[in-house]
Design a protein around this ligand. Structure first.
Ligand SMILES: Cc1cc2nc3c(=O)[nH]c(=O)nc-3n(C[C@H](O)[C@H](O)[C@H](O)COP(=O)(O)OP(=O)(O)OC[C@H]3O[C@@H](n4cnc5c(N)ncnc54)[C@H](O)[C@@H]3O)c2cc1C
Length: 380
């Protein structure tokens, strides 16, 4: 067993770290406050190959492994989780889903543009009445021979307003339950496709979250991913890998808050000494460091399993469950270590604390991760 990173992985870490410091940090507080999407930064991330990291170079991707992707996610999330969620959705839900399950024509037409960052994508599963219970799809895709007619509403869609390509899950045959669900590629501008208002959120406020409305949208049959009825399996398989990306985001949020708290504790003085010299603070730092290291091992292990072609449903769920809890615990303590300064925006930790919460909710809540984990361990 070798826990050291290869030279290539170290270079990716450095490149993502430099990008986060030079391109994401300036303006991150303002973007959070004004809910401004990091448009220029995402464009540059695309140019640098961060939007199609795991995609084959023949489809304009960077051809890297999942470990490279989680390392980049960790570094970007230390500074700006609103930008990193765009990277996560585009890489692991949209590009990976299309590359793994799409046909050659779909890959040439859509994946090449998504992996290069020319356009970004969105993954549309959740609905007003179908969140954790994703089988309760009310959006319908009625089979009309050479096309589907799509009707319904999707909720909480990341990149909802800024994406050009949307992977939409919808029910074709209600009688068949989850086996009657399809995944369709929908393009912005198709007639009857409307983008609802932007959500005003607690955290990741720079990311662009919208509801989407489909009114008799005509989607050609060649835009269906996989066989008829494959849509639910497509969504579950894709989300299973997506969780590793969100786990890395949670890890990065925690690590970013810890770095700031460590630095602050060595500068701030109280009772004639740096606060790090008070054991109560030093012990908090010890706990935070230990939790982050444990989370990192779970996240990297899940990425490693995916790269080795092993089943990663269990390791991905454990990584997300644990890393998101660590993100919450560590960011709360980072605010505490900053005292009053932790409560204001200039010191960044309050934003990281708000950003941490979403990692326990999207791509399967923590309760759903426990269902996945318990089912897996009880089966074996
Ligand atoms: C900012 C943001 C971005 C998002 N981005 C996307 C996106 O890009 N695409 C997309 O499709 N979705 C997206 N989502 C939706 C997200 O995945 C859902 O919010 C999430 O799956 C939870 O669904 P819900 O909100 O309907 O909550 P519910 O399913 O109603 O759950 C409410 C509570 O009940 C618990 N619960 C539900 N069922 C069970 C059970 N069986 N056992 C125990 N507890 C249970 C949940 O864990 C939760 O605590 C996003 C959400 C947000 C807030």
């Amino acid at each position: 067993m070798d826990f050291s990173l290869s030279e290539e992985h170290q270079m990716i870490r450095q490149a993502a770290r430099d990008f986060a410091q030079n391109e994401l940090l300036p303006g991150v507080i303002e973007r959070d406050e004004t809910q401004t999407f990091p448009k220029e930064q995402i464009k540059k991330l695309g140019e640098l190959g961060f939007l199609g990291m795991m995609t084959d170079p023949k489809y304009n991707g960077s051809g890297m492994d999942t470990l490279s992707y989680v390392i980049a996610m960790e570094e970007l999330s230390k500074v700006d989780a609103s930008a990193s969620v765009v990277v996560s959705v585009n890489n692991s839900l949209v590009c990976w889903g299309l590359e793994t399950f799409g046909n050659e024509e779909q890959k040439q037409k859509y994946l090449t543009r998504l992996a290069s960052g020319e356009v970004i994508g969105a993954f549309c599963l959740s609905e007003p009445e179908a969140g954790s219970d994703a089988t309760s799809q009310k959006t319908t895709a009625i089979d009309k021979g050479d096309h589907y007619i799509l009707n319904g509403t999707k909720n909480w869609i990341t990149n909802g307003g800024t994406a050009d390509i949307y992977l939409v899950i919808a029910q074709t045959d209600k009688e068949k339950g989850h086996k009657g669900i399809n995944a369709l590629i929908v393009e912005k501008g198709m007639e009857g496709f409307e983008i609802g208002p932007k959500e005003n959120k607690l955290g990741i406020r720079g990311s662009d979250t919208h509801s989407l409305i489909f009114n008799d949208v005509k989607v050609p049959k060649e835009n269906r991913i996989g066989e008829d009825g494959f849509g639910f399996k497509f969504a579950m398989k894709t989300l299973s890998g997506g969780r590793i990306g969100i786990a890395a985001q949670a890890l990065g949020i925690a690590a970013g808050a810890y770095d700031l708290a460590l630095k602050y504790s060595k500068q701030r003085k109280a009772f004639g000494t740096e606060i790090a010299n008070h054991q109560a603070i030093a012990f908090k730092l010890a706990d935070m460091h230990t939790q982050i290291e444990a989370a990192r091992h779970l996240v990297y292990k899940a990425a490693w399993e995916k790269d080795k072609g092993k089943n990663y449903d269990l390791s991905g769920a454990m990584a997300k469950l644990y890393a998101s809890q660590v993100a919450m615990d560590v960011t709360v303590e980072a605010v505490q270590i900053h005292g009053g300064n932790g409560y204001v925006k200039d010191y960044h930790v309050e934003r990281l604390m708000r950003d941490a919460k979403i990692t326990q909710i999207y791509e399967g809540t923590s309760e759903i991760q426990k269902i996945v984990i318990s089912r897996s361990i009880l089966r074996n």
